[in-house]
Design a binder for this molecule. Structure first.
Ligand SMILES: *Cc1c(COP(=O)(O)O)cnc(C)c1O
Length: 387
């Protein structure tokens, strides 16, 4: 089976992890700060706070921005459930903004319309989480302008988008947001096994997230009510309720090593995407549209099956490709149609563009370790299985 995505681990990656295993620190050593510095400087952000998953990063990011009971968080329905669940962890309420049918990202027009209505009913969101679907940045300049007008905070869910660019700058620099979150799950572009990071330019937010990832416990003098000098060198204080969301040294060392190749990873993904663009354009498919402001890192290559032009359903095409050994996948089942969200009152039909998109989409394989022969086979089988 050719999977839709998979990690690429080099001997240097393996050596980096083995070195940590032979060192004094398996956790809370020098590798985590080094990884944070590596990712933050790559993205052009001042701070990076590494945690054990992007889900944890979303949670501490929401808490750092003060999300709580009575607040609203809005995100895209075309995402993994984690982008919405973080609001519920904080006791806040979730709502969604339908997608742009071309980029499959949150629609700026739909957002503006919904904000106008929410202002009238006094239900404006405290936090908005735009998701850079498939690696293509959302229209952040426009979303940021709306945040100034309506007073909400922005967390970019860039789980798909490390190495991507927006208006010529790296995603994660937070020019148009408060915090950006990346995932290092093995299916993403860069991996640490499990892992995530939150980047920001605001020292207060970085400090809050550092505190929350480790029990709310600190030894920072300015956060404590007593000092190490008066109490003793062992002293620490719990000043907030946090979690154990720490990244290990093995994960961080793998991440530092993987980050040496991030541009190479993204470069091959883009080359495969370009080749798909060229070789699939005659088939009854809608290929990924690229917004002029964005330079996608192509975590995914989603194609829409034009079922009105062929004699098969999307499910039949999916099944045929799977049986032929192509590990296609579907991104995403709209979050509001999940049973858990339906129980909260979301009805099917509420976000029609995300739902229509979901009916047609298939993600075909794109990853660094894929070969040209793999890609040729995928194209050949796709041509056959569409008929
Ligand atoms: C993978 C993913 C997450 C969650 O990442 P984890 O590191 O697995 O917690 C969040 N949002 C999006 C869009 C993702 O694809």
């Amino acid at each position: 089976m050719i999977p839709y995505g998979r990690q690429d681990i080099s001997q240097a990656d393996i050596d980096a992890v083995v070195d940590v295993l032979k060192s004094d620190y398996l956790t809370q050593g020098p590798q985590v700060p080094l990884f944070e510095e590596t990712v933050a400087s790559y993205c052009g952000a001042k701070y990076g706070v590494a945690v054990n998953s992007a889900t944890s990063a979303l949670h501490v990011a929401c808490l750092a921005l003060g999300l709580g009971e009575g607040d609203w968080l809005w995100t895209s329905p075309n995402t993994f459930v984690a982008s919405a669940n973080c609001a519920l962890y904080c006791g806040a309420q979730v709502d969604f903004v339908d997608i742009n049918p071309h980029t499959y990202n949150m629609s700026v027009e739909a957002l503006e319309h919904k904000l106008k209505q929410a202002k009238l009913s006094n239900t404006l969101p405290k936090i908005l989480i735009p998701v850079h679907f498939a690696g293509q940045s959302c229209e952040m300049r426009e979303i940021h302008a709306l945040s100034l007008e309506y007073g909400f905070k922005i967390i970019e869910d860039a789980a798909h988008a490390i190495g991507g660019k927006y208006l010529g700058k790296s995603v994660g620099g937070c020019q148009y947001s408060d915090i950006t979150v990346f995932s290092f799950h093995p299916v993403k572009i860069v991996t640490t096994g499990e892992g995530g990071i939150a980047t920001t330019n605001q020292s207060v937010l970085a400090e809050r997230m550092q505190l929350l990832r480790s029990h709310g416990v600190t030894r920072e003098p300015h956060l404590m009510t007593k000092s190490l000098e008066t109490e003793g060198a062992w002293y620490y204080q719990q000043v907030d309720l946090g979690f154990n969301y720490r990244m290990t040294e093995m994960q961080a060392a793998l991440g530092v090593s993987q980050m040496q190749r991030v541009d190479e990873f993204v470069g091959t993904r883009k080359a495969f995407a370009k080749r798909y663009d060229e070789l699939l354009h005659n088939l009854p498919l809608v290929l990924p549209f690229q917004h002029a402001d964005s330079d996608s890192s192509f975590h995914l290559y989603p194609i829409l099956i034009q079922t009105d032009l062929i004699f098969k359903t999307r499910a039949e095409v999916y099944k045929a490709l799977r049986e032929d050994g192509i590990g296609v996948n579907i991104h995403y089942i709209p979050v509001h149609t999940q049973p858990y969200y339906q129980k909260m009152g979301f009805a099917e039909g509420s976000f029609p563009l995300a739902e229509a998109y979901y009916q047609q989409v298939i993600s075909i394989p794109v990853f660094h370790a894929m070969t040209l022969q793999d890609q040729n086979r995928i194209i050949e089988l796709l041509e056959r299985d569409l008929i």
